[in-house]
Design a protein around this ligand. Structure first.
Ligand SMILES: Cc1cc2nc3c(=O)[nH]c(=O)nc-3n(C[C@H](O)[C@H](O)[C@H](O)COP(=O)(O)O)c2cc1C
Length: 370
């Protein structure tokens, strides 16, 4: 690797020149690498167990992890979730994450592209991904608050064209915005704008949370508005209330906006990922075209196996991927190796339940414990 990944911070004099959005995107990455920003509550997968199959009628080496996502064949039921872009250090990060996905044959989502709508300075941090990953599915990303405010068709076109996107991810992050020092808490009009967007844009729309989960009634409203994919991004992994509370403390010295007991509850606000999957997948009878992504605290392949048995099309992960890339200068090979290890966990689970393919794994039922 020619360039060091250890320090992606800008020098202080350069930080003074960058916009608030650029600084925010950079501090998100730094906090995710250096602070404890995980939920106290778990992702809930430990409540679901497989019945062991002592006589799996298959050869471990014949297990096939390939599957289909939005009409395209992918090597594994996994993608790297939306994280970054929009500041100087993000170009290298996005390039390496995209290269890892290209080499593994899995989809990739860039982080919020709001900064690219504000000015032209950091657009390279997004456009680099299509050069790094010419043939995989790549997804653009924008926040619900921007969608609710009403972006123009030209602005949506810019986001898509910048990375020649295969679809657009809209992220729902009300709890994050609530805790963000400069947060936008006006989500009014979101469903109306989403409906207009899904009608006018010829590409699939994925709607995701960022770690508080999507319930079945909310998923139903999103599907009704034309969303093609729901990414539950449930509680149990990265906690954006924590990330933003830390940023708020750095900016204002304390977090005295809420009563201490309310703060404790808000810090664990959200629906565990496994619960979201069980609830949202029940909508499939009414929305057979729905594709479902399991994310929020996914750290191993047993959780991916359980996700698929609970109805997910694929799983996804964010913070563990950027940690693999940047901690100890791991680089692209560390990201690929982290994913390969998770895929080997998945193979192990498939062997022990006797599932040779992802389709047959989806048929295996889990037992829910109290
Ligand atoms: C550094 C970082 C930046 C993120 N930025 C975005 C973003 O811009 N847009 C988005 O939709 N989600 C963003 N996320 C949220 C993730 O996509 C994901 O939903 C969330 O972190 C939960 O997954 P995890 O537990 O695997 O990290 C970000 C996550 C990380 C770790």
């Amino acid at each position: 690797m020619s360039k060091s990944l250890a320090n992606i911070s800008l020098p202080a004099e350069e930080t003074a020149l960058v916009s608030a959005t650029e600084q925010r995107k950079q501090s998100h990455v730094e906090l995710c690498l250096n602070a404890d920003v995980d939920f106290v509550i778990t992702n809930g997968f430990e409540r679901y167990r497989y019945a062991h199959n002592a006589a799996p009628e298959l050869n471990f080496s014949d297990i096939d992890l390939s599957t289909t996502f939005l009409g395209r064949r992918i090597s594994y039921p996994f993608m790297i979730s939306s994280m970054t872009g929009g500041y100087a250090g993000a170009t290298f990060v996005n390039q390496l994450l995209a290269e890892a996905c290209q080499e593994l044959g899995i989809p990739f989502g860039v982080g919020s592209m709001r900064q690219a709508l504000e000015n032209t300075t950091q657009r390279e941090s997004f456009s680099v991904v299509r050069r790094a990953a010419p043939t995989i599915q790549i997804f653009a990303n924008i926040g619900a608050a921007e969608v609710a405010a009403g972006l123009s068709p030209a602005q949506y076109r810019l986001l898509i064209d910048l990375i020649q996107a295969d679809g657009l991810i809209v992220h729902l992050n009300p709890a994050q915005e609530l805790f963000q020092p400069e947060g936008n808490t006006n989500f009014k009009g979101l469903l109306r704008e989403l409906k207009i967007l899904t009608t006018e844009l010829s590409l699939p729309i994925i709607v995701k949370e960022v770690g508080c989960g999507i319930s079945a009634p909310v998923a139903e409203r999103l599907l009704e508005a034309g969303a093609r994919v729901i990414d539950v991004a449930g509680a149990g992994g990265t906690n954006w209330q924590k990330v933003e509370a830390l940023r708020h403390e750095h900016k204002f010295g304390n977090n005295a906006r809420f009563s201490p007991s309310a703060l404790a509850e808000l810090m664990n606000w959200g629906i565990p990922t496994a619960q979201c999957l069980e609830d949202v997948s029940s909508l499939r009878t009414r929305y057979p075209e729905m594709e479902l992504i399991s994310s929020g605290g996914i750290t191993n392949g047993i959780e991916i196996a359980k996700s698929l048995s609970l109805g997910a099309t694929i799983a996804a992960s964010a913070k563990p991927m950027i940690q693999a890339l940047l901690v100890n200068n791991g680089g692209k090979d560390a990201v690929k190796s982290r994913i390969q290890t998770m895929m080997n966990d998945l193979r192990a689970a498939m062997f022990l339940v006797g599932a040779k393919s992802i389709a047959s794994l989806r048929e295996i039922k889990l037992v829910k414990t109290a």
